[in-house]
Ligand binder design. Structure first.
Ligand SMILES: Cc1cc2nc3c(=O)[nH]c(=O)nc-3n(C[C@H](O)[C@H](O)[C@H](O)COP(=O)(O)OP(=O)(O)OC[C@H]3O[C@@H](n4cnc5c(N)ncnc54)[C@H](O)[C@@H]3O)c2cc1C
Ligand code: SF4
Ligand code: SF4
Length: 433
């Protein structure tokens, strides 16, 4: 085999380290070609789709995405293999590669990769039209005026794998008696440093082992309290946790971490990793506007941002801009914090609820409300001081970004210009799971 032929037959395959990955979904939501997917165990990269654009590398909070292995281009690690891994395979030796019919004489160049990217585009959509890709608009940088976020203080790469927090409160925030059970949980870190910002998340390590006898991997939860704590001045934070009793397809399951968390009692100890997140952060400059679009527990970061702005307003030292909230749930009984939200002053926050399963009422989703409120959203979209946050179930993401596009186009704004600008200026943040 000639050297050129061997070199072209080899690829540096892009892989995710399952040992360090915290399953935060950032990479999957950012990848513009949907090369990243996950199951209940691992996040994986499809070698047939990844075009090495590198968009996912810097947003990954742990660095677990930045792994590469030399492999024959014709025999990359399959998705099934990657789903089964507990840790990454070691690099193949030259002898192993030779036995697979190739030699490590070099890897693909950017030009070599172009046909692969073209192949992806052509197989993705046989009609030739590019499908709408909401992830392409997700900013990987924070607003320019965001505060500095500390990350990975506790976790696989830190000196301490976790910090122990004490449960100081656990209150149900959806109506008792309904099957939809969501809890507001308060954790105290005592004298251990755990600095956080609104929009960041933490990892919870459930006790025990999984079906393979391995320790459970940490589950991610958005912080629902502001930077100075659920109880200001104390080293504590809150979470909004939905008890998972059925999977995304409606099949009965008992989610490991969410049930563990919802059943915790005051005084119990919890193993925490993190904090995580460097881009889904709020702006801090005066008169900056915040548009929040969420469903279910996606309300957690919105509660944190709203409460921080409320405290600033109370202090009288900060002139905030507009706060606009679009909040969706099946019914009002399933909507966490429904009561407290109703009590916020109308001149402080503009709240819009959408319920999709209220008896006798037509189904309404957050995207419907956004279209209805176009006249108020358009000036905000145009204003460089507006920052938009979307959080909740994955299924809402595309509809919400399409609604933003419709709002823009309905006012003769060029979405092809404004959409990429929102991303580039750290003004549109999508966190769906
Ligand atoms: C960045 C980020 C922030 C998050 N923030 C929050 C938050 O603030 N509050 C919160 O409650 N959750 C949040 N989650 C989801 C959370 O991390 C867990 O995935 C969820 O609690 C389920 O974990 P589990 O151990 O109970 O279920 P598992 O035992 O991991 O899963 C059991 C089954 O349920 C399915 N499943 C997992 N999650 C859900 C879900 N949400 N709805 C329906 N089926 C599901 C799984 O696919 C699996 O089949 C967040 C996730 C991410 C990535
Ligand atoms: S490098 Fe680009 S194409 Fe590959 S997985 Fe990351 S974001 Fe997706
Ligand atoms: S961004 Fe990093 S830590 Fe998060 S799921 Fe992807 S690889 Fe894992």
């Amino acid at each position: 085999m000639s050297e050129t032929a061997t070199a072209a037959a080899i690829v540096k395959q892009h892989l995710i380290d399952p040992e360090i990955c915290i399953r935060c979904n950032t990479c999957e939501s950012i990848c513009p070609v949907q090369a990243i997917t996950h199951d209940s165990r691992n996040y994986v990269v499809d070698a047939g789709k990844c075009n090495f654009c590198m968009d996912c590398i810097s947003p990954c909070p742990t660095g677990s995405i930045d792994n590469w292995r030399t492999m024959p281009k014709a025999q990359p690690y399959t998705l099934e293999e990657q789903y089964s891994w507990d840790d990454l395979p070691v690099e193949k030796t030259p002898d192993q590669l030779a036995a697979m019919g190739v030699a490590d004489g070099g890897t693909d160049t950017a030009e070599d990769l172009v046909p692969q990217a073209e192949l992806v585009a052509s197989t993705a959509d046989p009609t030739g039209e590019t499908p709408f890709n909401s992830a392409a608009y997700n900013a990987s940088i924070p607003p320019w005026s965001a505060a500095h976020a500390y990350t990975n203080l506790y976790g696989p790469k830190a000196a301490d794998r976790f910090v122990t927090a004490t449960v100081v409160g656990n209150v149900r925030v959806t109506e008792v008696g309904k099957e939809y059970d969501t809890h507001h949980l308060m954790l105290d870190f005592g004298s251990m440093p755990f600095p956080v910002l609104e929009g960041q998340s933490i990892g919870i390590i459930p006790p025990g082992v999984d079906e393979r006898g391995k320790p459970h991997h940490p589950r991610q939860y958005s912080i629902a309290s502001p930077r100075n704590g659920e109880r200001p001045g104390y080293n504590n934070l809150s979470l909004t946790i939905k008890r998972v009793l059925e999977d995304h397809d409606g099949k009965p399951v008992r989610g490991v971490a969410s049930n563990y968390m919802c059943d915790l009692k005051v005084g119990d100890k919890v193993q925490v990793t993190g904090p995580f997140g460097t881009s889904f952060l709020m702006p801090n400059h005066p008169k900056s506007h915040i548009v929040m679009i969420c469903t279910g527990t996606g309300s957690a970061p919105m509660r944190a941002m709203t409460e921080w702005r409320r405290r600033l307003r109370k202090s009288g030292k900060f002139e905030g801009g507009k706060l606009m909230l679009f909040f969706g749930a099946r019914t009002k009984e399933e909507l966490p914090y429904f009561g407290p939200l109703q009590g916020l002053p109308k001149d402080f926050i503009d709240i819009n609820f959408a319920f999709s399963r209220t008896q006798g009422q037509p189904k309404r989703y957050v995207q419907d409300l956004m279209r209805e409120r176009s006249a108020d959203l358009v000036p905000l979209l145009k204003d460089p001081n507006t920052f938009i946050y979307v959080c909740g179930l994955k299924s809402m993401e595309e509809g919400v970004v399409l609604a933003l596009r419709d709002v823009a186009e309905g006012a003769d704004l060029d979405w092809d210009e404004i959409g990429p600008r929102l991303k580039k200026e750290g003004r549109l943040h999508l966190e769906t799971y």
